[in-house]
Design a protein around this ligand. Structure first.
Ligand code: DLL
Length: 434
């Protein structure tokens, strides 16, 4: 199966523009009439729904921020009447209130459609067994991929997160060919699979995976693919918009195909908030084109990425989201230098002598920022081989300094000592904020 909905995934630029413009005009009118906080924003700049005639007028619209969602907690941004809402999801914030998202039946269906397209991109079809190890609950990962699998007509195994031994038993006994979980969890699973002496391709039938919900690098992808012999696709999404499936890699990995007939992406400069061109990095802003429950116009995701419009050999014509490099709010400023955790991961994973498990601790000592990166040594290195370990440490220290333009202390720790995560990994402690 090459496509889930070929006609919608391979539209010409003109067809797309017409469809998106029609949907945008309708959504703006619907939002103005039904979402008071946004109507107030439009009134404040004297913008009327009739001023939005096509997609070209999108930049006239004000942005919506996470703070707007918090200010209207819990239901202020819902545009559909209560009787039409069928589900709530929420994303936990590190500080403050939850961000709540409400869905009508149609919203759930559109989301399932986009996530089913994602499953197909990872190689799934109606014969597939889809093992879902994302958490089920307010987090959208579990239920999002669950409904996608059912929509595709595959068999879904709702394993949810946790209980790694049971997960491996289910994977070997049921023979799932597709797995959905966070990149950090698949690494943990791979490690356990290796420890148990199970052989990918023999004891396990996995051929594709959809890994997302956190940033991960190309180096991490290569490691996952090598260890498990599967196609590792990146899947992006956020609960404010729907959940997993907003954009996903196909097997050619030319960037994540953005489901533009439902969710329109823009990248804006982080300082000026002006839209930037393809391949230029900035903050991802998303407009929902047919959402009913909680439509969002120009929602600032805080995710830092770029778009590309290069042709993809798969035939899909959708614009592509390049890997998320970080969040504007998880960017670290170390002695004045901007550092994203993904840059650190990228350096670490190029070194064959270490494992992809790390933790970053940032502190301030005598008014100076310090950064320590604890990373696990590969089990292939004998712990008594002090000279080798010192050489690995020195190489990593030098590579890190040249990649980040700021020094970091490297602490090599024994294999298995860094806490494994079942959901989104917690890889950073910033003591300056505690
Ligand atoms: O993480 C939805 C999801 C579930 C996506 C499963 C993919 C797979 P939230 O909990 O609301 O929703 O968190 C959304 O997670 O703004 C990004 O910062 C980050 N994120 C999600 N997918 C990716 C990805 C889900 N593929 C926030 N790469 C987003 C990097 C990602 N970051």
């Amino acid at each position: 199966m090459d496509f889930f909905q070929k006609d919608l995934e391979t539209m010409s630029a003109d067809q797309k523009f017409v469809l998106q413009s029609e949907k945008l005009v309708k959504t703006v009118k619907y939002v103005y009439e039904n979402q008071k906080p946004y109507r107030d924003k439009m009134d404040a700049i004297k913008l009327k729904p009739s001023d939005i005639k096509s997609l070209n007028d999108l930049p006239k619209l004000p942005f919506v921020t996470k703070q707007d969602l918090r200010d209207s907690y819990p239901f202020g941004m819902m545009a559909a009447p209560r009787r039409d809402l069928v589900r709530l999801h929420a994303s936990s914030a590190t500080t403050g209130k939850l961000t709540v998202s409400g869905h009508t039946m149609k919203d759930i269906d559109v989301w399932a459609e986009c996530a089913a397209r994602s499953l197909v991109m990872a190689g799934a079809d109606e014969e597939s067994i889809v093992h879902v190890s994302y958490g089920y609950g307010l987090f959208t990962g579990g239920l999002g991929m669950h409904y996608a699998g059912e929509k595709l007509g595959a068999v879904v195994v709702p394993a949810s997160a946790g209980n790694t031994q049971k997960q491996i038993q289910l994977l070997t006994d049921f023979g799932a060919d597709i797995i959905c979980c966070t990149p950090s969890y698949i690494i943990y699973l791979a490690e356990e699979i290796e420890r148990l002496g199970l052989k990918p391709g023999v004891d396990l039938k996995l051929k594709g995976g959809l890994f997302g919900a956190e940033t991960w690098t190309e180096e991490m992808r290569a490691d996952i693919e090598k260890r498990l012999g599967l196609l590792a696709c990146d899947i992006y999404g956020l609960s404010e918009i729907c959940g997993p499936g907003v954009a996903t890699d196909c097997k050619y990995k030319t960037g994540m195909h953005f489901q533009e007939d439902h969710y329109f992406p823009e990248i804006v400069d982080v300082d000026t908030l002006e839209p930037v061109g393809y391949k230029q990095s900035g903050e991802l802003v998303i407009t929902t084109l047919d959402r009913e429950g909680m439509p969002l116009l120009r929602y600032r995701t805080r995710d830092i990425a770029s778009l590309n419009n290069d042709p993809c050999p798969c035939g899909r014509t959708t614009v592509k989201l390049n890997k998320i490099t970080g969040r504007s709010d998880d960017m670290l400023i170390i002695r004045g230098v901007n550092v994203f955790p993904s840059q650190i991961e990228s350096v670490l994973l190029q070194n064959p002598n270490i494992e992809p498990h790390y933790h970053i601790t940032v502190d301030r000592v005598n008014n100076l920022d310090t950064m320590e990166i604890a990373v696990e040594l590969s089990p292939n290195i004998e712990i008594e081989n002090i000279d080798k370990i010192e050489a690995v440490r020195q190489k990593l220290t030098a590579d890190m300094a040249s990649a980040l333009s700021v020094g970091a202390k490297i602490k090599l720790v024994s294999p298995g000592t860094i806490t494994r995560s079942e959901g989104k990994a917690k890889r950073l402690t910033d003591k300056r904020k505690i």
